[in-house]
Design a protein around this ligand. Structure first.
Ligand code: R5P
Length: 300
């Protein structure tokens, strides 16, 4: 029997594309809220003896995670062969250590909870700064996919004469990979984050790139303060209005409008989180990841 995908609310379009690209069936999952805010979850497609993938990007995770866990537990109780989570954007990875005394290391608790309810995990470019790999925090079989080749492809097709710009030192490795695939030069800025919404960046000698279009590339755009600071610095150094590219379009609060107002020429993201800026479709990439994980049979 074909594996079955079930879409959590807001993930229907992505899940439908995934099902058709991966040759899987898209089943029916009913999720709604009771008047008191509690969640009702019902799996309407039989799951017995089938491998089931729950599709849910975990942007705004606190609103979603219980529904995912309820659906996963129900699928297990209804004798699914295995239950996995396809989460193109995986949340709670940034608090990966106790920066200040008394803080909760939420990435560990979140990962432990998810791994208790699902047998496998597929995601795209998880924010792994201090973890060497996803397995270091999620102790279940996983497939980690990378948007870099598709971002490079988009840049090649849409931005003549680009220079790629990473917003901080940590991005250098990733930006250099995209740049190599896009056949473009690159540079990385130095970032100092002074608070959730206060970011400063410094720019190396960039005058030589004035005849190129800067393309800022980052994994997450959340408050957009990182990209806004970079846009301002590039503009004040006399470069052209930059194209801003992100994998995960969080855009908290006024972030999208503020980035446009800061002078971005165009803002482009991948569709790991639905947003009007989505221009790079990762459906086929994720389908490949789900397919290979299921074929490997680690969770059959
Ligand atoms: C940080 O290490 C990440 O790669 C991003 O640069 C960061 O998450 C962006 O956050 P914001 O949009 O809030 O500046």
């Amino acid at each position: 029997m074909k594996p079955l995908l079930l879409a959590l609310p807001g993930n229907e379009t992505f899940a439908a594309g995934l099902a058709s690209a991966a040759g899987m069936e898209l089943g029916k999952l009913q999720v709604r809220r009771f008047p008191d805010g509690e969640s009702y979850v019902r799996i309407e497609t039989p799951v017995a003896d089938r491998r089931v993938g729950l599709v849910c990007n975990l942007h705004r995770p606190d609103e979603k995670i219980l529904q995912v866990l309820f659906a996963a537990e129900a699928a297990r109780e209804l004798d699914a062969k295995s239950v996995g989570l396809v989460s193109p954007y995986l949340a709670y990875l940034r608090q990966d250590k106790r920066f200040e005394p008394g803080e909760a290391v939420t990435s560990v608790t979140f990962a432990k909870t998810v791994a208790q309810y699902v047998d496998w995990l597929v995601t795209v470019d998880p924010h792994l700064h201090r973890y060497p790999s996803l397995e270091a925090v999620y102790r279940i079989p996983s497939s980690v996919l990378h948007a870099a080749p598709l971002i490079a492809f988009w840049i090649r097709a849409n931005v003549p004469n680009p220079v790629l710009v990473g917003p901080d030192g940590e991005s250098a490795q990733w930006v250099s990979e995209v740049a190599e695939k896009a056949g473009a030069p690159w540079m990385a800025l130095e970032k100092i984050r002074k608070g959730d919404r206060v970011v400063e960046v410094s720019v190396p000698d960039i005058a030589r790139w004035k005849d190129r279009t800067p393309v800022l590339v980052d994994d997450i755009i959340s408050t957009a303060r990182t990209q806004i600071a970079a846009v301002r610095r590039l503009r004040s150094a006399g470069l052209r209005p930059p194209v801003c590219v992100g994998v995960h379009a969080i855009f908290a609060g006024d972030a999208y409008e503020a980035l446009k107002a800061a002078g971005a020429d165009r803002i482009v993201t991948c569709n790991t989180i639905p947003h009007p800026s989505n221009a790079i479709d990762l459906g086929a990439l994720v389908a490949g990841g789900v397919g290979s994980l299921l074929r490997e049979g680690a969770q059959a």
